[in-house]
Design a binder for this molecule. Structure first.
Ligand SMILES: Cc1cc2nc3c(=O)[nH]c(=O)nc-3n(C[C@H](O)[C@H](O)[C@H](O)COP(=O)(O)OP(=O)(O)OC[C@H]3O[C@@H](n4cnc5c(N)ncnc54)[C@H](O)[C@@H]3O)c2cc1C
Length: 429
């Protein structure tokens, strides 16, 4: 039987493994295996809400093993280390527990078709001190680290009867930086109602630092302008055209030699694929370690290896690259699925074309701004407020629908509503 391995159960990989399992796996036409280095999945765009405590990831996280059992695929806990294309095997590194005790030795898995979907990490552009002193919002662990540090700073402030401020600097004003800045102000508002009466927005000093001329550089200027205005209204200190050249324990230094003091620093200034991806298995990679794919999502040097999501450098018909976004990962999962089925049945593989459905940026409970694209809007249309919030949430709903189907997603939404009544609005531990 054909062995299909998907490595990386994130926004793209988990949707693909689920689709393959539900079809080929269920009918016994292929053996589907998903490999991830974590035991559970949390949709990455939710991480800034986990960081501020607005979302309890325990509720939204999904166990790979339980999901695999229900969707006719196998799950293997492990971290990809290498690929041997000659022997068609992937090599997973040894698995250790937190104390360093060996749980599983390094092992190999054989494939006929391999899909790589391990995503990206933050790119610090080798800026001195960033790795040691800044938090990258790449994983639930990093989001927890941020939340613990933030809560500790607020506790210290509370112990001083509210004397002083909590200074947080965020580098990079893409969607992550902008959404986190707004979410922090929401967290402070909520904390006030949980016994921290001496806290208010004036005690929180958030600096959002961006090297470019405007925030949200990937979005149309009108949307950047609207988001900039909203953030300023919230009290965020938005610093554009400011290049950070160093990070230290007590803050950031800019190219002009200015010091931006902060107790907590977050680096969200760009992405790259993990370093070990550089020419892994002799595959073609680019400057930021992404693997280069053809428009069918197959790697340029091996038709049996597909790459989807942030890890793929996929060129669009106009010569630009598909952006590293959840909506691209979602679309690529669907195209890779059809192309794998076509490959197995001897049909022609089709090209993936990125469909930009617009971009939305959530400014927490305060507002959502963004653009909608598509036939209906005949180009880009700016939307704001309640409608934008609904569309923003729908991106996550689409992901849930791809994983659970309509009925179970409806139940999950209902459960979310009930939890909103039963649980505190903020995760406080
Ligand atoms: C805070 C934040 C907010 C964002 N907000 C938005 C948004 O609003 N809209 C939007 O479109 N995009 C957003 N993004 C980007 C979006 O999250 C990514 O584009 C998307 O998750 C990419 O999907 P992926 O499947 O390529 O990788 P991921 O979703 O990152 O999944 C990668 C998976 O691979 C696993 N993995 C990693 N390394 C290994 C290894 N060596 N071996 C085995 N498994 C491995 C990981 O555990 C993970 O499960 C945001 C990103 C962040 C960080």
């Amino acid at each position: 039987m054909t062995r299909i391995i998907v490595v990386g159960g994130g926004a793209g990989g988990l949707e693909l493994a689920t689709k393959l399992g539900r079809t080929l796996g269920r009918k016994g036409r292929a053996n589907i295996t998903l490999v991830d280095r974590k035991a559970s999945h949390l949709w990455k765009p939710l991480l800034h809400e986990v960081a501020t405590g607005s979302l309890d990831e325990g509720v939204d996280a999904l166990s790979y093993r339980a999901h695999a059992k229900n969707h006719h695929f196998d799950f293997q806990l492990g971290s990809l280390q290498d690929i041997d294309r000659e022997r068609k095997v992937i090599i997973l590194s040894e698995l250790k527990d937190e104390q360093g005790e060996l749980l599983m030795p390094s092992r190999e898995l054989e494939y006929d078709i391999l899909v790589l979907a391990i995503g990206s990490t933050s790119n610090d552009f080798n800026t001195p001190g960033v790795r040691e002193n800044c938090i990258f919002l790449d994983s639930p662990e990093q989001a927890h680290r941020f939340r613990t540090n933030m809560n500790n700073e607020f506790l210290k402030l509370h112990a001083k009867n509210g004397q002083g401020t909590v200074d947080i600097a965020i580098v990079g004003a893409g969607a992550t930086g902008v959404e986190l800045s707004a979410e922090l102000h929401n967290a402070v508002k909520e904390l006030r109602t949980y016994g921290f009466g001496d806290l208010d927005s004036s005690k929180l000093n958030v600096s959002l630092v961006e090297a470019g001329e405007r925030i949200l550089p990937a979005l149309p200027p009108r949307i950047s302008g609207a988001a900039h205005q909203e953030l300023t209204k919230l009290g965020v200190n938005v610093r554009t055209a400011t290049m950070v050249t160093q990070a230290d324990k007590d803050g950031l230094t800019t190219k002009d030699g200015e010091k931006i003091h902060a107790q907590i620093m977050v680096w969200a200034a760009g992405i790259k694929a993990p370093d070990f991806m550089k020419e892994i298995g002799g595959l073609e990679s680019n400057r930021i370690n992404q693997l280069v794919v053809k428009d069918t999502l197959q790697t340029t040097r091996d038709d049996n290896i597909f790459v989807i999501g942030d890890l793929a450098q996929c060129t669009q018909p106009d010569g630009s690259f598909v952006p590293p976004r959840a909506q691209a990962a979602h679309q690529m999962a669907s195209r890779a699925f059809s192309n794998i089925v076509a490959k197995l049945t001897g049909r022609e593989l089709k090209a993936y074309v990125y469909k930009d459905n617009g971009s939305l940026v959530s400014l927490s409970r305060f507002s959502t701004v963004g653009s909608l694209m598509g036939n209906l809007t005949k180009g880009s249309m700016m939307i704001e407020g309640r409608i934008a919030r609904v569309v923003y949430i729908s991106l996550y709903r689409m992901h849930q629908m791809a994983l659970h189907g309509v009925f179970k997603t409806a139940l999950i939404i209902l459960m979310g509503r009930i939890n909103r009544v039963l649980r505190p609005n903020l995760k406080l531990h």
